[in-house]
Design a protein around this ligand. Structure first.
Ligand SMILES: [Zn+2]
Length: 320
């Protein structure tokens, strides 16, 4: 391994914001920053925001690109890791976007792009209590739901590099309209985006609720009846989708990540009850847990993905 290169640049591109930071050999994230709204900037704007955000991280850390081993970027939707191009995305205008080229051109370093669900699963496979575990299902919940599955140490990819697009798993025939243009998809009913829609409906029906899911989470933590009921229902709907995934994949462990999962204590009970009751008995035995720092999972996973692509699987040292 090159002597001085102890850092990876990790980026987590989201629908509403972009996060970036330096990842160290023991999996710590340093010089973490967030920037807003790449979606509104279109594909070209997204490239600029990614590059600018990374430059800001380097500036704050006072290091040069020469001290970086590689760049890893996670993104919503499905990505072909061989090309760095988004092959499928429910977000309008994102399919076909080349995430890798602008970063590679700007930093002259190896750049790896990974779907955020797969990235989260890789993070759970590399760190924490599920380190080294196989048959591991990672579920990353932000604006939408992304999943990744680790089998025999590898991400399950599918014929078109688009396996585990579980957020768009049809859950109801006559369900809520989804960003993908269909209706009744899993993430149209339970996710950060779904929650915003739901809160709006409650407000229109005369309920006094704040606008943001995190504010409704605060209310629920203070035992507000309506807020508690909303999160309980979210858990039920998440559990229903997880029951299907348990039956299909038969995972050993399911780990939840993403900003939405920070509210785990509010929806854990109804999620576990529904998943256990609705999955087949043997399948329902899987452990279902929340990550230690759920909001960092796909960012850390982007770094893991970059390291694996370089064949440097021993880059990360076990902090325990
Ligand atoms: Zn959909």
């Amino acid at each position: 391994m090159a002597e001085a290169k102890q850092y990876l640049m990790a980026i987590d591109l989201g629908v509403s914001n972009v996060k970036a930071g330096l990842v160290t050999r023991d999996g710590k994230i340093e010089n973490y920053i967030e920037a807003l709204s790449p979606l509104e900037s279109g594909a070209g704007g997204v490239a600029n925001i990614l590059v600018d955000t990374c430059r800001q991280v380097l500036e704050e850390a006072n290091i040069s690109t020469k001290e970086l081993l590689a760049v890893g970027c996670s993104t919503p939707g499905c990505v072909n890791p061989d090309t760095g191009i988004i092959v499928a995305s429910a977000t309008p205008g994102w399919a076909g976007v080349d995430i890798r080229a602008p970063l590679e051109n700007s930093f002259e370093l190896p750049v790896v792009v990974e779907g955020d669900g797969a990235a989260a699963a890789l993070a759970f496979h590399s760190f924490g209590p599920t380190r080294g575990q196989n048959d591991l299902l990672g579920i990353n919940i932000g604006t939408g739901i992304s999943c990744g599955y680790i089998v025999q140490g590898q991400v399950l990819r599918g014929a078109g590099q688009a396996a585990l697009e579980a957020g768009h798993m049809p859950l109801f025939m006559e369900g809520r309209p989804c960003s993908c243009g269909r209706q009744g998809c899993w993430e149209a009913h339970c996710s950060g985006g779904a929650l915003r829609t739901l809160i709006g409906e409650f407000q229109n029906a005369g309920h006094q609720l704040p606008d943001l899911p995190e504010e409704v989470a605060e209310l629920a933590s203070a035992n507000h009846e309506t807020a508690l009921a909303i999160w309980e229902e979210q858990g039920l709907l998440l559990g229903l989708g997880i029951a299907s995934l348990l039956n299909v994949l038969n995972p050993k462990t399911v780990v939840l990540g993403g900003g939405y999962a920070k509210s785990w204590p509010l929806f854990k009970k109804s999620l576990l009850k529904t998943a256990r009751e609705r999955a087949q008995p043997r399948h329902a035995e899987a452990a279902i847990v929340c990550a230690f720092e759920p909001e960092r999972a796909s960012l850390l996973g982007a770094a893991v993905s970059a390291v694996r692509e370089q064949g440097l699987d021993d880059f990360f040292i076990d902090p325990s």
